[in-house]
Ligand binder design. Sequence first.
Ligand SMILES: Cc1ncc(COP(=O)(O)O)c(CN[C@H](C(=O)O)[C@H](C)O)c1O
Length: 341
Amino acid sequence: MIDLRSDTVTKPTQEMREASFHAEVGDDVYVEDPTVQLLEEKAAEMLGKEAALFVTSGVQGNQIAVLAHTRPGNEIILEEESHLFYYEGAAISAFAGVQPRTVKGNRGAMHPADVEAAIRPEDVHLPETGLIVLENTHNRAGGAVIPLETMSATYDLAQRNHIPVHLDGARLFNAVSTSGISAKEYASYTDTVQICLSKGLGAPIGSIIAGSKEFITQARKWRKRLGGGLRQVGVIAAPAMIALTEMSKRLHEDHGNAKKLEQGIKEAGFELAYPVETNIVIMDVANTPFDGAQMVEKLGESGVKAVQFGPTLVRFVTHFDINEQDINRTIEILKSIKSML
Ligand SMILES: Cc1ncc(COP(=O)(O)O)c(CN[C@H](C(=O)O)[C@H](C)O)c1O
């Protein structure tokens, strides 16, 4: 099977597995695991933040950020198809007791004027705006890179209004790879940032959240409250360090495979929902007899795994475990499906 469902399916490399085996460990509840401390220090340095904390997933990192930034009754501003709004099970309401205020973005990028217009004025009837959330790259916008100037303008208005900004940077290094802008520069327009190590970077488990020392102290407490107190976490922090420092350098290969798949989809006579920017390819089958689910099923019967991403949308995500032969084979399969329509 050629698994293009997501970059979450990447399996740890042999080097990662050996690093796990040899990792120095300690009890991280007592802040005594030397391996995760090295990872957190490296991540904080790369993101230009005072401190960082290893968390078990992107959702846990995002939710801890919401819990640490806001209080019950707040409202948070986020893009209407952001992961934090669309795919986290309304955790912001269930755990943090906050309500979402969604803003429609252009390929995932909310216009700063629309964000400013969504900020609540002081009024006894209204919630207080407690947080602004950005997502870069933007998953449902097809892995789109949010322009740096949009992030900068949003951060300026947020600071003027004394509202923190959190970046869901699950695929931030994909943005770095394609734009040439450093993770540190992107993160400089945020108060806190979450990066996934378990997606394109290939770690078996884990994300990092980074911010001020004070924020990370609060975040560690929230992680504990959520049952996320980690013991000998070095066994998963060691492969995560390889993901952060080594695998971030090869993401251009995934982007190249995604561009090749994009070209092949067009040659096969299918349409794209968006131009490819990073490692996500979204095909639109509206002008075919199939809907998204039927196309995913057809692809599955031919040995290609993809996911339905909307009534007529199919998402493919390239990653470390996908090579050029897999892409060529996928294109052949798409051409044969098209020939039967
Ligand atoms: C932008 C963004 N932020 C956060 C997360 C959550 O990360 P995890 O909790 O899965 O580690 C994801 C995962 N995205 C997954 C995927 O794309 O296959 C699914 C949809 O949850 C994400 O895309």
